[in-house]
Write a protein that binds this ligand. Structure first.
Ligand SMILES: [Zn+2]
Length: 675
């Protein structure tokens, strides 16, 4: 039983939780911990269960109250919502003819043009009465119950008259990424649980991801069941007061003040400017900060501030003449997927690579992007000859984020046999694996490259192309062959002179004296990243000790689970592997055990963002290194980011990392962390 509560106690608690919500969702400045908040929210629930007659319509518990609708009712907008006239980023001069020349001496406001779903809300007597989508501007759909689930949309406001406000509902970028990750994780769990019995078509329906944030916002709001909408990472920014009963707002700046005073969420980026030069300067600011936002934008809205001046300008048949949307260069495009290839990695995994009808985004021509694995293709509904979204935001690697609904082609058929050696492939959901590890040429080459990679033996200049050339020339058929190479042989390869050949041989020779844990890692035992290699090296100071380890002993190594222990045990007891190690030793490879306390890389579970120009390896290289060490890489910085790996000329991300007090690492600092 609850202790005695009065109606007044209840009302005070409602206001308290509302205030916490406002701080958290609207201002992004929480004042209490999530745990404390949950406690207050739970007691609110409890009181309402005991005294249902007290429940206030604007209680935070009442946001997800609506039942599933049979269909969406049409909502006729009392005032049409016109679309915006546009100026493209490469025709910025048009701002003059389209807006400035006709409005000399006026002030202009500038703020983000959100890339989500435009919504229109009506309040009366301080309460949210209706919320609708823009639709065609004349008629939209009534989605009041759905919009109520968005916590930054106030259910009550201080203003008591009739007022109509416009906002953009959007998916937060980190929420969108998390939602999709979870969908794929759940899909994988279920497939692995069901095994052969998994009905992939049905699971695809169930765990479909959201392909892009704009369609995702519309799709999430337009769920007939508000409870479904409530699950989506939706938020809303308000930017217009379209009607107010007492006609008290005469400027855009006043509209913004009204919105803030009444608890609506507004962006901090709002500027008043007067001249073309000032507009250009601000546009530069907006472009620069675009990639740091946790929501998608596609431009900037530039409007005449004064409403009297607006009325004088009037409208064309389609657009208001007082407002222009400046459009950024697009970061996303739609293009058909024309082919999927399945290159083989070191461990035999076939990672699907999508080849698209090339598109140019931000001055870069993009022809391919990874499709990751079977689950990614399935959940994202990616099909052959179907259209896909391709996105390149900021300096992130281009990404195929999903198939375009209604433009599907045929299902992507994964290969049944290894694309390198022809062995039958096995499915280890969500991966396709060639198990012919010792003979498969593609896996062999990848293993050699891995052996020479920076985190392992660090053979400078030993690239994939070089490994392939050596293999083609018959000079490199196994790892030990590396140590048998002669300068004359290497010089015969295309692109190699005397000096570069000598450099390569020197780099190989240097690895003969190597650290024991690096050697362990270089062997490429599946699942053995830097961290595990270091812990093994700590327990076994040389190969002779290591090769005699029992399964139980291996299992007792820190962070080594049954799966890894089994892989390790099988590896050291395989005569082929034993022979390989012995041969490397006989060729002069001498791993040295240093007694210094090896530490884990400490990257497990850490979230990284990579930015700037990197000198010592490509972005992909670092991404892989981070992931091999148990870390994660994401595209945008948030307060959940642990490290920013920053090369030279790092711009806005570096600034944001500093602002959020995210630890910043140079390449050297990063590499010394894992070595
Ligand atoms: Zn193979």
């Amino acid at each position: 039983m609850l202790k005695e509560v009065s109606l007044l106690d209840y009302m005070v608690l409602v206001e308290k939780v509302k205030a916490y919500d406002y701080r958290y969702y609207t201002l992004d400045k929480p004042v209490i911990s999530d745990k404390e908040y949950d406690k207050h929210y739970a007691s609110l629930r409890e009181i309402e269960e005991q005294y249902p007659e007290w429940i206030l319509s604007d209680s935070p518990t009442q946001r997800v109250g609506g039942d599933k609708l049979p269909f969406f009712e049409t909502f006729v907008h009392p005032r049409p919502l016109l679309s915006q006239d546009k100026v493209q980023f490469d025709e910025v001069e048009e701002l003059k003819t389209k807006l400035l020349d006709k409005t000399e001496g006026e002030e202009y406001t500038m703020e983000w043009k959100y890339d989500g779903l435009t919504i229109d809300l009506h309040y009366n007597e301080g309460h949210l009465v209706s919320g609708a989508t823009r639709g065609n501007g004349i008629e939209g759909e009534l989605v009041t119950e759905q919009l109520k689930t968005i916590k930054s949309i106030p259910l009550t406001i201080a203003y008591k008259g009739k007022v109509e406000v416009q906002a953009e509902a959007y998916l937060t970028i980190d929420g969108f990424e998390r939602y999709n990750e979870q969908q794929i994780e759940r899909l994988n769990e279920e497939v692995n649980l069901l095994g052969e019995n998994a009905n992939l078509k049905r699971l695809q329906e169930k765990y479909k991801t959201i392909a892009n944030t704009r369609n995702g916002a519309a799709g999430s709001v337009r769920q007939l069941d508000p409870k479904e909408t409530a699950k989506r990472p939706l938020d809303a920014y308000f930017y217009n007061v379209r009607f107010i009963e007492d006609d008290s707002i005469r400027k855009q700046t006043e509209a913004r003040e009204f919105l803030i005073e009444n608890g609506f969420k507004v962006t901090k980026d709002f500027y008043v400017v007067k001249t073309y030069e000032e507009i250009l300067e601000k546009l530069e600011y907006f472009e620069e900060h675009r990639s740091e936002l946790n929501f998608d934008v596609d431009g900037v809205i530039i409007s005449v501030n004064d409403f009297a001046a607006r009325e004088k300008l009037g409208y064309t048949s389609k657009h208001p003449k007082y407002s222009i949307a400046y459009k950024f260069e697009a970061v996303e495009d739609i293009t058909p997927l024309i082919e999927v290839t399945w290159p083989v990695g070191r461990t035999g995994r076939h990672t699907p690579l999508g080849w698209i009808e090339p598109v140019e985004i931000g001055g870069t021509r993009i022809a391919k992007a990874t499709l990751n694995n079977l689950a990614y293709i399935l959940a994202n509904n990616i099909t052959l000859e179907g259209k896909v979204y391709i996105k390149r935001a900021g300096d992130v690697i281009p990404n195929i984020s999903g198939g375009v609904e209604g433009s599907e082609g045929t299902a992507i058929i994964p290969p049944t046999h290894c694309t390198s050696c022809g062995s039958k492939l096995e499915t280890e959901w969500p991966f396709l694996v060639c198990k012919n590890h010792d003979k498969c040429p593609a896996q062999q080459i990848q293993k050699w490259i891995y052996y020479g990679s920076r985190a392992a033996m660090n053979i400078t200049g030993f690239s994939k192309a070089t490994a392939e050339k050596l293999n083609d020339a018959g000079l490199l058929n196994s790892l030990p062959d590396l140590y048998k190479l002669q300068k004359e042989d290497v010089m015969m390869l295309e692109g190699f002179g005397e000096k570069s050949s000598q450099n390569l041989l020197d780099a190989i020779k240097k690895t003969k004296k190597c650290e024991w844990h690096r050697f362990l890692m270089a062997l490429g035992i599946n699942t053995t990243g830097t961290g595990t290699a270091k812990r093994i090296a700590k327990t076994y100071s040389n190969w002779d000790e290591f090769k005699l380890a029992t399964y139980e002993e291996l299992l007792s190594i820190e962070d080594v689970g049954p799966k890894t222990a089994k892989v390790l045990y099988e590896w050291i007891n395989d005569p082929l592997n034993q022979a390989l190690v012995e041969e490397l030793f006989s060729l002069g490879v001498t791993p040295i055990h240093t007694d210094s306390e090896p530490k884990g890389s400490g990257l497990e579970g850490k979230k990284f963002v990579i930015t700037g120009k990197l000198e010592q390896g490509s972005r992909d290289y670092y991404k892989k290194l981070i992931e091999d060490n148990g870390g994660k890489v994401s595209g945008s910085i948030s307060k959940n980011t642990d490290y920013l790996l920053a090369g030279s000329e790092a711009g806005s991300k570096l600034a944001k990392a500093k602002a959020l007090e995210v630890e910043i690492l140079t390449e050297e600092e990063f590499l010394s962390k894992i070595n």
